[in-house]
Ligand binder design. Structure first.
Ligand code: SF4
Length: 326
């Protein structure tokens, strides 16, 4: 199912002074790790598997490693650190490339039915290696295909589409399991975005989902406009920790005559948010996708930092969905 690049991992471990290794991976990947973990133990490493969630390259298990006195972390499932720099730990990122044959037929049928010609192509890290093959197959059928730039051209992550955006396309196609990445890209562009799920062999537009998110954002912002007391949520995850931004949000709220109390959390849950007591609205400075994709978790309206100006200035008519990822 996944290529964990076992030889590369063993070489890295043997070349280090590691005796203990903390291994973390997203929940959907953990069940596939057993032969890798056995291979590591066979060379004399004591492996500790993190049982916690691992949401992204922002979510390194430094707290667990520190608590256990472990200096080496193997992070599986993401391409590298997101929004922070690593220091004090020795970390190897292994993306876990999907080992499956990409059949582009469903995608070709959809694109032909839409009568589009210019396609922007992107993928989650698991499918990044398949991009060139899909590009060739689409080009053989007469499509003009563009892939973004940067260090990982065409890579989508939930909160960053800078390696994806290209000029002059009719439609974007995101190759990834589910619709999460395609939906995020649809916040950033006025072009239609198709989610191509290679596990299900299914292609679908995310336009209805985008409309639903937009409606919910506008409703939250309208409610938050009259809010007086805000909880400003800060994550302690290394790449989600935006404490300086939370302080700035507090300053802006207070300048506008509102109140803001900063709350620190690791994992967010509806129960934890309810336990905080009453407020009129939340400002979420952690993962911006919690606001869009886990909106039901928040018992009151929630606003992301990039959206705060619409709340404080009351100019919802100018709302731009791109601000939800700021
Ligand atoms: S979308 Fe959220 S979980 Fe994913 S990398 Fe960004 S901050 Fe982390």
């Amino acid at each position: 199912m996944y290529d964990f690049e076992v030889e590369k991992i063993l070489k890295w471990v043997k070349g280090s002074d590691a005796k203990f290794l903390l291994v973390q991976a997203p929940d959907g990947v953990k069940p596939y790790l057993s032969s890798l973990l056995e291979a590591l133990e066979e060379i004399g490493i004591t492996v500790v598997l993190s049982g916690e969630h691992s949401w992204g390259g922002c979510d390194l298990a430094f707290c667990e490693a520190e608590a256990l006195g472990i200096k080496h972390i193997l992070h599986v499932g993401h391409h590298g650190p997101v929004r922070f720099k690593i220091s004090g730990f020795n970390v190897l990122f292994i993306p876990g490339y999907a080992a499956l044959r990409l059949d582009v037929e469903p995608l070709l049928s959809q694109l032909k039915a839409m009568r589009v010609r210019r396609v922007g192509l992107a993928a989650s890290v698991q499918h990044l290696k398949g991009l060139e093959k899909v590009r060739r197959e689409l080009e053989e059928e007469g499509f003009e295909v563009k892939i973004g730039g940067g260090r990982f051209p065409g890579l989508v992550i939930g909160c960053d589409y800078s390696a994806t955006m290209v000029a002059d396309v009719d439609v974007y196609v995101v190759i990834a399991g589910g619709v999460f990445h395609a939906l995020g890209l649809s916040f950033m562009t006025d072009r239609e975005v198709l989610a191509f799920d290679p596990y299900l062999g299914r292609v679908r537009t995310v336009e209805k989902l985008r409309q639903r998110v937009l409606a919910r954002r506008l409703s939250d912002l309208a409610e938050a406009a009259s809010a007086e007391k805000f909880f400003i949520l800060v994550s302690v995850k290394p790449g989600q920790n935006r404490f300086a931004l939370a302080l700035e949000v507090k300053r802006r709220l207070e300048k506008a005559g509102r109140r803001g109390l900063i709350v620190a959390l690791n994992e967010f849950s509806g129960e934890k948010l309810l336990n905080l007591g009453s407020c009129d609205a939340f400002v979420n400075t952690a993962c911006p996708r919690l606001t869009t994709d886990n909106r039901d978790m928040f018992p009151r309206p929630v606003v992301n930092p990039g959206e705060l100006r619409y709340v404080l200035e009351g100019n919802l008519a100018e709302y731009d969905l791109r601000s939800v990822l700021l």
